[in-house]
Design a binder for this molecule. Sequence first.
Ligand code: 9MR
Length: 493
Amino acid sequence: MKPPNHPMDRSGGRACGPAAVVAAVVTAVTAVAVGLAMPAQAASTLKASAEAKGRYFGTALTRGDLGISAEVNLAAAQFDMVTPGNEMKWDATESSRGSFNFGSGDQIVSFAQSHGMRVRGHTLVWHNQLPSWVSSLPLNQVQSAMENHITNEATHYKGKVYSWDVVNEPYNEDGTLRQDVFYKAMGADYIANALRAAHAADPNAKLYINDYNIEGTNAKSNALYSLAQSLVSRGVPLHGIGFESHFIVGQVPSSLQANMQRFANLGLDVAITELDDRIPMPADSSELQQQGTDYGKVVSACMAVSRCVGVSQWGVDDGHTWIPGTFPGYGAPMMWDSGYQPKPAYTAALNALDSGPGTSPSPTPPVSPSPSVSPSPTPPVSPSPWVSPSPTPPVTGSCSATLTTVNSWPGGFQSEVTVRAGGSAVDGWTVKWTWPGGQTFSSLWNGTQSVSGSSVTVRNAAYNGSIAAGASTTFGFTANGTAATPTLTCTSP
Ligand code: 9MR
């Protein structure tokens, strides 16, 4: 059974019609109780369990959803990240050239802010939901229109979004790039151009390429992997890969974790961005159990990859999802049913969060005037293939640096260094250490290195020198020799 796995090749739309609204209102009282308390099912919430492991758990909301109190109460109780379903897309924000409207997107942002949730910006460049004025531009005007769109939107939301899906769904299933207007005008370089424009407008947002059917290892994910490798090696500001994860029940790819890991090994964040798991209707109890197994697998895969920053479900409940409108005969893809009752998928996701490896969130560290020395003690061996990071050191100057050994093999190892700003933003950073046993770099990304004997200096790359107060960036490297956890110092000019 393999119906087309994507919406955008078929006409779509979310089930937000009058019937769904009536059902929502009728069940609102129950839903609020379930959403806010969850006494019998679980002692925690998705967001609390995710945060305890240094991750987020998100949802997608449209402006229409904001008017459905039962749905938003449940969302606010369970999730700490919001992706606007449609409100930040090009057709919503610049439907005619040069005329920008951020009203709907702003409503989602203020909802998120008033509930302590962060926002994944979605999306700046996409062949779909693209106004016809863009696709009919003379090709020599497309780059400036694209960059103008990105600059205006990313500037408007500067400081308000955690990340941007800068380029959405660029690939065909066979691993070739879609021949959309952006590709026709700029070739594959449109992706680097878009990332650079977004970074210039909002240097602190994490910039993603987001796509579907890249969750397993296949022609499409292989092509994206090569592109990501090349962008990283050229210093293009790409920070993460979004794996949409629109699954069919029982068909979560077994290579999901390994596939995310290989992107993470490039020094990129990875995230599950649009999770749902559709079932042929009517769904029976064994399919709902299988759906629970699927959600558990996906969340566990994220937990096992230290750079997997979070999971987002594409919606909240089965009564408000795009699935039946796009895949007739399919439905029930969410963790809550249309009466806002938690399904086996909810319990499975929560259990996977609670039992997964992860880091405890560190409270905002105190800022003191003494020089910044960041000890990196030998990390404990964890049951996952990854070694736990060293604890976040206190920030004692303008920045601190923590080294984590993420992989090792005979004669070599790979590490990641998190550079965190203290109580004020930094603009440029330098991390130094001394190798204890003759180690040498074989490659380094997201930074520039200079080595003198055993003394190492790594400075920020052109695109990751600015870090907001309390925020962090990372660089990574592979090295020859025995894995080491030297003491790091971080200074900022
Ligand atoms: O959920 C969105 C739905 O309301 C829209 O009708 C649809 C049409 O473009 O887009 C949906 O969101 C898509 C997302 O932006 C990108 N990945 C696939 C999502 C589901 O189609």
